[in-house]
Write a protein that binds this ligand. Structure first.
Ligand code: ADP
Length: 436
């Protein structure tokens, strides 16, 4: 035998044993790296499992494989169609299909129950294993493990009748763990999405309910107010003093209820609308808000100073005007003994965002109420002390949400308050939104 003969022989067999082993180790490391990257990024479990099966088959030069996952009733079912190389023809697909007919392949079930890999060296000789073909000699199955439980099985058909090598088993154990992490993450994500969808639906239903209820309540209430006032006008002089007082209480209660219903309607309308967004000059929006409030400002002799100029943001003019009317209106309403001094300012808030602030020297808010005041109908004072229905700040929060921003307050009782709202930056080619 010449040297050349030796070379040809070893090359045909895949090189000398140490070289083959080194090459195999390299291939397995690369396989594990690819699956780890896939498990970190994939959002679709079924296609990631299928891709893994294909990758293992290609690395090992095996003709076919398939991923099985546990369904809700504890059965192993195919996660995706099998990977089968073309040369094997339909025979191999049939073989895999017969092994995944719902009852699960006996070997896959064994892996499911034991949590450890299993294989058959020669499927012709095994009971309960579908008959093989020229391509199918061995059958191997590996677990995908989530928290010590098997949640999927990868099964393969091999052309050789041999026990798998240790480093391959080790790699497949790691592959199983990586895929387990992926399955768990996607399951958690799926649950979160389902909860979010439920929450959005129930929010929509609630808003619809609030809208219908407040809309339909207006009519009977209008009658109560109208007819009680008519009663008072026409027959007021025939009633004694106490009856007149009762009448006043009824009218007062009905008017207050009308205010509540109107505010509830405002709140539910604000929740339902999706305002157009565009370029907003906050200076102009502030001017418009101060215009709306000029009577209250004059009456309270308040000073409103602007730490300007205010910037341009991305948003909706009407909503931001409503927000400023609510915040400055509250600053006027919840004033202390001193003449109200209100400051409006804006500062950069990172990534081009703005933080708009309305500060006052009013009665302040105890920190324990800082979250509660942004909820619907939450008030810290009785109607006798300060008028209102507890809707204004809830609407402000909806407006902040529409802008993708946040609203919060900094304050202590007796020390004035600072309300902050974050707003997105104006974008290139933004158009204005005023639709009045
Ligand atoms: P309303 O003013 O109709 O009660 P809001 O939702 O606007 O409703 O405000 C909720 C509560 O937050 C108010 O009842 C008040 O107790 C408190 N609040 C709001 N703004 C201020 C402020 N600038 N200073 C002190 N308290 C405030």
């Amino acid at each position: 035998m010449t040297d050349t003969d030796v070379d040809q022989r070893t090359t045909r067999a895949g090189g000398p044993a140490p070289v083959r082993a080194a090459r195999r180790a390299e291939q397995l490391t690369a396989l594990l790296q690819r699956i780890t990257a896939l498990a970190n990024e994939a959002t679709d479990t079924a296609s990631a499992l299928h891709q893994t099966v294909t990758d293992v088959c290609e690395t090992m030069a095996w003709p076919a494989g398939q991923a099985l996952v546990l369904d809700g009733s504890g059965e192993l079912v195919p996660a995706a169609p099998p990977h089968v190389i073309d040369e094997t023809g339909p025979e191999m697909s049939e073989l895999l299909a017969s092994a995944s007919d719902g009852s699960g392949h006996p070997l896959a079930r064994q892996v499911l129950d034991s949590g450890t890999p299993a294989w058959v060296r020669d499927i012709e000789r095994e009971d309960g294993i579908p008959a093989g073909s020229d391509w199918a000699r061995g059958w191997l199955a590996f677990p995908v493990v989530v928290d010590d439980d098997v949640s999927a099985v990868l099964q393969f058909v091999s052309v050789e009748q041999a026990d798998p090598e240790d480093d391959f088993l080790q790699t497949m154990a790691n592959v199983g763990r990586q895929l387990g992490v992926l399955i768990e993450r996607n399951r958690a994500r799926g649950q979160l999405e389902a909860v979010n969808t439920d929450l959005e639906r129930s929010n929509r239903e609630l808003e619809r309910f609030a809208y219908v209820a407040s809309h339909d309540l207006q009519e009977p209430l209008r009658k109560i107010v109208g007819f009680t006032q008519l009663l008072e006008q026409r027959y007021g002089d025939q009633l004694d003093g106490e009856a007149g007082e009762f009448m006043d209480i009824v009218v007062d209660g009905a008017l207050r209820m009308r205010q509540l219903i109107n505010d509830l309607l405002t709140y539910s309308r604000a929740g339902r609308r999706q305002p157009p967004m565009g370029r907003v000059e906050l200076e102009d929006v502030l001017d418009a808000a101060l215009d709306d409030l000029h009577v209250a400002i004059e009456e309270s002799d308040a000073s409103v100073t602007v730490d300007g100029p205010l910037p341009t943001a991305h948003g909706n003019d009407n909503e931001l005007r409503e927000l400023l009317v609510n915040l400055i209106g509250n600053a006027l309403k919840y004033r202390g003994d001193a003449t109200p001094e209100i400051g409006v300012s804006a500062a950069p808030h990172g990534d081009g965002w703005w933080r708009l602030t309305v500060a006052d020297n009013g009665i302040g808010i105890d920190p324990e109420h800082h979250d509660r005041i942004f909820e619907v109908f939450q008030r810290l004072h009785g109607a006798g002390q300060y008028s209102g229905t507890g809707i204004g700040l809830a609407v402000c929060r909806q407006i902040a949400d529409h802008h993708g921003g946040r609203i919060w307050v900094e304050s202590t009782s007796g020390e004035g308050s600072r309300f902050h709202v974050t707003l997105p930056p104006a974008v290139h080619n933004d158009e204005g939104t005023t639709d009045e």
